[in-house]
Ligand binder design. Structure first.
Ligand code: AMP
Ligand code: GLY
Length: 425
């Protein structure tokens, strides 16, 4: 089977690596891909925003499955157009992708389906927002409704901070994404992520993970797309996982199907483990980045088979997802300046040495110039390793990090700290 993979980050490199291990794969094409993905397939120059170009490519290359990595093409309706043309696609249609594309949509769905989540109000004007604010205690969470590349959430400790966040959003700082705002009750607890595949009917758990959003050691400094992750997140016990599936995932899948917008793809639930049980923070309509990298390292099955059964609506015929008992841990090596303006062009060496030690180095933001590998983005490499414990996985990942020569890069040195602390208890 020929497969087209859309995206060009570490998540897509991890997907490409696993897709390439399937005996069912004939040819893998990736757009735009990256130099790591190029080890597993052919990079092609198509823009995912140009739906006609994607469709033409699928016809010309007899594509049997399109795997959409990032959220933007999903929210933009690319999967709808592929399905209409009869091309199997992994990823939800536009309406179902609102789970990620509109925070208000998800909150309304939670309310209708009785899914545990923070109390909220949707507001469309500054005046409406100021009036609604009085219903919430502090701290309060202010969110731009639409896609804002992870930057549209502000946790305000004071009323003045909340008002200034509302000012920023309604003055257009997030463009159309901020025309509507969700005000939310602040939840306390530990965060964990849970992944489940669904074809709109069957649900197959795909493991848990925890990431590290802040740029600095000890969870300090500004938020990022994620500086590292590990899987499984043991804090999400089998009992809690069952509760998440029954109280959050299943009602979501059933309500969307009943509303005529069945969800097909991976549901990535961001959870807060509160004293009252797990509550939904948000949904993403795709795999996490870098969470996907650790899930793929633990995944022992045939990824082509599994993603195709999601796309074709035959997920009920699949057995449970085969995930290794081992812990996988990934360290993000970023370019200096990230998450502000990252320094581009820094030389990267030593990947072979890092992989010889048993790690996988996924490319996230690299390119080749004059035959040499250089940094070309904020998050540049995802150094990923597995071990019998989080401590062992962490040691293996950092041994590999230390084999890499990337003078203009940096990473956190404490990925996995929560679990390491728990292991030490
Ligand atoms: P989101 O983009 O909705 O996942 O929000 C980004 C981050 O903001 C989450 O990972 C949480 O750390 C935090 N956050 C979002 N909503 C809440 C909430 N209602 N209570 C506490 N923290 C939240
Ligand atoms: N690592 C967070 C995300 O993929 O949204």
């Amino acid at each position: 089977m020929n497969i087209l993979l859309l995206g060009g980050g570490g998540r897509e490199h991890a997907l490409a690596w696993k897709l390439a291990q399937s005996p069912r794969l004939t040819a893998l094409y990736a757009a735009p891909g990256n130099p790591g993905i190029a080890q597993h397939g052919e990079l092609v120059d198509i823009d995912a925003a140009d739906h006609r170009a994607v469709l033409d490519f699928c016809t010309r290359h007899s594509i049997g499955l399109v795997v959409i990595g990032p959220e933007a093409p999903l929210v933009d309706g690319l999967a709808d157009n592929l399905r209409t043309m009869g091309v199997p696609v992994f990823g939800p249609n536009r309406k179902a992708a609102q789970l990620e594309g509109s925070k208000g949509f998800t909150k309304d769905l939670c309310k209708r389906a009785g899914i545990p989540t923070a109390a909220y109000e949707r507001v469309r004007s500054k005046d409406g927002a100021l009036a609604a604010l009085s219903d919430f205690s502090l701290p309060v969470v202010i969110k731009a409704d639409g896609l804002a590349a992870g930057k549209g959430v502000i946790i305000a400790e004071t009323r003045a901070e909340a008002e200034s966040a509302l000012d920023t959003m309604f003055s257009g700082a997030f463009g159309a994404a901020g025309e509507e705002v969700v005000i939310e009750e602040f939840m306390s607890g530990e965060e964990a992520s849970f992944f489940a595949l669904t074809d709109g009917r069957a649900i197959l758990p795909f493991g848990s993970a925890q990431d590290h959003k802040r740029v600095g050691d000890g969870d300090t400094g500004p938020n990022t797309g994620g500086m590292g992750a590990y899987s499984p997140a043991r804090v999400l016990t089998p009992e809690l996982e069952r509760e998440v599936i029954e109280r959050i995932i299943r009602p979501t899948v059933e309500t969307l199907a009943a509303d005529g917008m069945p969800y097909s793809g991976v549901l990535y639930a961001g959870l807060m483990l509160t004293d009252e049980g797990p509550k939904l923070i948000e949904y993403n309509a795709r795999f996490g980045d870098p969470e996907c990298q650790v899930l793929m390292m633990r995944f022992d099955g045939d990824l082509v088979d599994l993603l195709l059964s999601v796309a074709q609506g035959t997920l009920a015929d699949q057995g449970p997802v085969e995930l290794s008992e081992r812990t996988a841990l990934t360290v993000v090596m970023a370019a200096k300046g990230y998450p502000g303006t990252p320094e581009k062009g820094g030389a990267i060496g030593g990947i072979d040495a890092a992989e010889a030690a048993g790690a996988m180095v996924f490319h996230a933001g690299t390119t080749i110039r004059d035959g040499r590998l250089i940094a070309n983005g904020g998050r540049v490499l995802n150094v990923t390793a597995a071990g019998g414990s989080v401590g062992q996985a962490q040691a293996a990942a950092y041994a590999a990090v230390d084999a890499i020569a990337f003078a203009t890069g940096f990473c956190r040195r404490d990925i996995g700290w929560r679990e390491i602390a728990r292991e030490a208890e």
